[in-house]
Each structure stands twice: as structure tokens, then as C-alpha cells.
Write a protein that binds this ligand. Structure first.
Ligand SMILES: Cc1cc2nc3c(=O)[nH]c(=O)nc-3n(C[C@H](O)[C@H](O)[C@H](O)COP(=O)(O)OP(=O)(O)OC[C@H]3O[C@@H](n4cnc5c(N)ncnc54)[C@H](O)[C@@H]3O)c2cc1C
Length: 378
């Protein structure tokens, strides 16, 4: 049995960055990843850096929900600030660009909701500018003539998941973390100072365990008798062939589910929370009806996209909680067991999630107060 200070379970962006921080600060860290590093949500996401409250959820759950969620925007803001310095830290261009994000409205009811959402965002210091038709046209001439206005949040943007996760894995290894791919955790038992983590290829004893297993994190928590309200949801995303530079923003629609951006190579990445199909053996497949719904939505907002060929769709499980709130911190009643789980927009939140978990494990004051943010800090 190998003895270490910390076992991190899960090799997505959160687990890898946590291992990196801990190793840099002198801890003996082993990371156990069931498959390939960064191959699940962290490598397969759409690369949006989200800051504003997501419009579809605002429309669905309402203002009370949005006010309860709003403190989380400060966490996302701090994480996006970390994204801006991350490329320099790992020594690679991660295609981080903050061009701002626009929710596009097609009717006055949608504008009213965007304005109500902006007031709640402003209450926690996140500025969303309300744009009328002319102001919208001036900054985004590529949008459909049917757009009557929108909300512009300057702090949003994008990063490249295909570059980020491998670069962070290399940084973690260089800092001294031991990363094991193809090492699914089958068993977890014990207590602080003496956890035993079992994989098919060997066991590890650790003072501390960090659960960064993304969509499968509830299964890991259950091994220690803890129930968490988090599940996996199958999503799909599509990319077009590269087109000439057109869309400098992250674009959403108030008419339905859409997130849209143009990557550095010119391809337009189109998603926004459309479900994929679950196949009989548990793998995922693109749902063709949702594919066409998503493409129609994109072309309705940016007409040029009706002329761009799609070249690839892909699928992955996203980690989701019903109220969108993250589960970050030490498990109540299980000292030494930490949960590092940021749902739905965990790519954006990855850097700060990892930072605060590493701070807690190392006994440092956390980089951000989790009160009102993590359900574990209530
Ligand atoms: C299609 C899609 C698009 C998305 N778009 C965006 C976006 O544009 N912007 C954004 O901010 N967020 C987006 N997200 C969400 C975001 O990708 C995730 O919230 C985030 O990547 C979660 O990171 P993570 O490290 O917590 O989990 P993951 O990346 O899922 O990593 C968890 C890892 O744990 C491993 N694991 C699970 N069980 C075990 C076990 N028993 N033993 C060992 N390892 C185990 C898994 O194999 C996995 O690699 C999207 C998600 C999807 C699926």
C-alpha cells in the first residue's frame, strides 16, 4: 500500500489543478483518474467562461432563485481572473479571450427579463449593460435583424479546453504530483489520517481525500456514507468548419438554449445545454433532433452560420446540481474528506474551485469566502 498525504479522485480540471496546487506547496499527492486525464467534461466542454446568470435558468426558476445564486457570480468572476493568468503560469497559450457575452432578445418580454436579471447581477457587483437595437447592432453587426436588444456582460469569454487540461496535467506532474490514468477508484474507507483508497492496480493510504469525480462524485461520496444531490447529465456540442473572424463575443439567446462562440481557429462552437442520448451500454450519442434544434437556434441568431458546414458533434456528461449551487469544502462529519464540485459551469469555475480546496486542505485562509456560495458553507 502506497502512503501519501492526499489522494485526489478525478483527473478533470478541478482534480488536476487541486493536485497541482497541493504538490507545489509540498504535499505528497496522488491523483487517480478512472480513464484518461481530462477526457470527460473538462476536455469535452464548450470552453465558455460564463459570468452572468444563465438566462434559461433565470426564466425557469425566477428571481428568488437568482438572488440565492447571485453570490456565486463573485466566485465565477474570481475564477475568470485566474484564467487570465493561467496561460502564463503553465507556459502555454490557452486561447483565453474575454470579448464579453451577449444575451440576445427578440421581443420586449425577453428584454424585460434581461433587465431584471441585470439588476440582480448588479447587486453583487457584476455589471451587465442593457443594449437597445442600435447599440447591439453597433457592437455585434453579425446578429440577425430580428434581434431587438440584449444584455452585454464584459467579463465573459472563452478558453480552449483541449489545451487547458493537458497543460495543467503537465504542470501538476512537473510540480511533483503523481497522476495515474486508468485507475478507477473502486473503494474508499477510513477516516482522517487513515483513508484507504482502492483501485484495481493497488491501494493508497492518505491523510486526506479530495473528491473531484465530476458527474460521478455522488458515487464516491456514498462510499463514505455521504449523500449529495449531484448527478450526471448528457450534453452535446457541435463545431463548424473554420470561417473568417466574425464573432468576438460569447453569444446566448433569450429565445432558447444557445451558447455560441468562435474559436481561435475560426470554428464556431455551438451548444447551450442540449441533451445527448444515452446508449444501451451507457455511452453517449448525439441526439439528431437536438442537433438540428441547436443549429436552427444558432442560425436564427447569427444568419451567417446557416452557410457554415458543421464538422463535428461530441457528447459528455456534465456534473449538475438541481439548484445550481456548488458543493465545495470539507464534508460535515467526515474530517479529511473534501468535495470539489462545481456544477454546470465547472470549466469556468475550475481554477477557483481547486484553489479554495487546496487552501482548505493546507489549512490556509481560503482565497474567497464560500458563505452563500457552497451548500457546505450554509
Ligand atoms: C458538453 C459540455 C459542455 C460544457 N460547456 C461548458 C462551458 O462552456 N463552460 C463551462 O464553464 N462549463 C461547461 N461545461 C461544464 C464543465 O465542463 C464541467 O462542469 C467541468 O469540466 C467539471 O470539471 P471536473 O474536473 O469537476 O469534472 P470532470 O471533468 O468530469 O472530471 C471528473 C473526472 O473524475 C473521473 N472519475 C469519475 N469517477 C471516478 C472514479 N471512481 N475513480 C477515478 N476517477 C473517477 C472521471 O473519469 C473524470 O475524468 C460543459 C460540460 C459538458 C459536458
Amino acid at each position: 500500500m502506497t502512503r501519501v498525504d492526499v489522494v485526489v479522485i478525478g483527473g478533470g480540471i478541478v482534480g488536476l489543478m487541486t493536485a497541482w496546487h497541493l504538490a507545489r506547496e509540498g504535499a505528497r499527492v496522488v491523483l487517480l483518474e478512472a480513464g484518461d486525464l481530462g477526457a470527460q467534461a473538462s476536455g469535452a466542454n464548450a470552453g465558455s467562461l460564463h459570468l452572468q446568470i444563465q438566462y434559461p435558468e433565470f426564466a425557469k426558476y425566477g428571481e428568488d432563485w437568482a438572488r440565492a445564486y447571485a453570490p456565486t457570480l463573485r466566485f465565477l468572476e474570481a475564477s475568470i481572473a485566474m484564467w487570465q493568468g493561467l496561460g502564463a503560469e503553465v507556459g502555454e497559450d490557452l486561447d483565453v479571450r474575454l470579448g464579453g457575452g451577449i444575451v440576445v432578445a427578440r421581443d420586449p418580454d425577453q428584454m424585460r427579463l434581461i433587465e431584471a436579471k441585470a439588476r440582480i447581477e448588479a447587486s453583487v457587483g457584476i455589471e451587465t449593460q442593457i443594449l437597445d437595437r442600435d447599440a447591439l447592432r453597433a457592437i455585434a453587426p453579425y446578429l440577425s435583424d430580428k434581434a431587438i436588444g440584449g444584455g452585454f456582460c464584459a467579463g465573459e469569454g472563452k478558453a480552449n479546453p483541449l489545451r487547458a487540461t493537458p497543460a495543467i496535467a503537465r504542470a501538476a506532474e512537473a510540480a511533483g504530483a503523481t497522476l495515474h490514468a486508468d485507475a478507477p477508484v473502486m473503494g474508499l474507507e477510513g477516516r482522517a489520517g487513515a483513508f484507504v483508497v482502492t483501485t484495481p492496480n493497488g491501494s493508497f493510504q492518505a491523510d486526506t481525500v479530495v473528491n473531484a469525480a465530476g458527474a460521478k462524485a455522488a458515487k464516491i461520496a456514498a462510499m463514505l456514507g455521504m449523500q449529495i444531490d449531484l448527478g450526471g447529465f448528457p450534453l452535446q456540442v457541435t463545431v463548424t468548419e473554420p470561417i473568417a473572424p466574425l464573432i468576438p463575443h460569447l453569444v446566448y439567446s433569450a429565445a432558447g438554449k444557445l451558447s455560441l462562440k468562435q474559436a481561435a481557429n475560426g470554428g464556431c462552437i455551438i451548444g447551450g445545454g442540449w441533451s445527448a442520448d444515452v446508449r444501451s451500454h451507457g455511452g453517449l450519442a448525439t441526439n439528431p433532433v437536438n442537433f438540428s434544434g441547436n443549429m436552427a437556434m444558432a442560425a436564427g441568431v447569427v444568419p451567417r452560420l446557416a452557410q457554415a458546414r458543421t464538422i463535428r458533434s461530441w457528447t459528455a456528461w456534465v456534473n449538475g446540481t438541481p439548484d445550481w449551487r456548488p458543493i465545495i469544502g470539507q464534508a460535515p462529519g467526515i474530517p479529511g474528506f473534501y468535495l470539489a464540485l462545481f456544477p454546470w459551469v465547472g470549466f469556468t469555475a475550475g481554477p477557483m474551485t481547486a484553489r479554495v480546496i487546496a487552501d482548505q486542505v493546507l489549512g490556509h485562509a481560503p482565497a474567497i469566502d464560500l458563505g452563500g456560495i457552497s451548500v457546505l458553507a450554509d
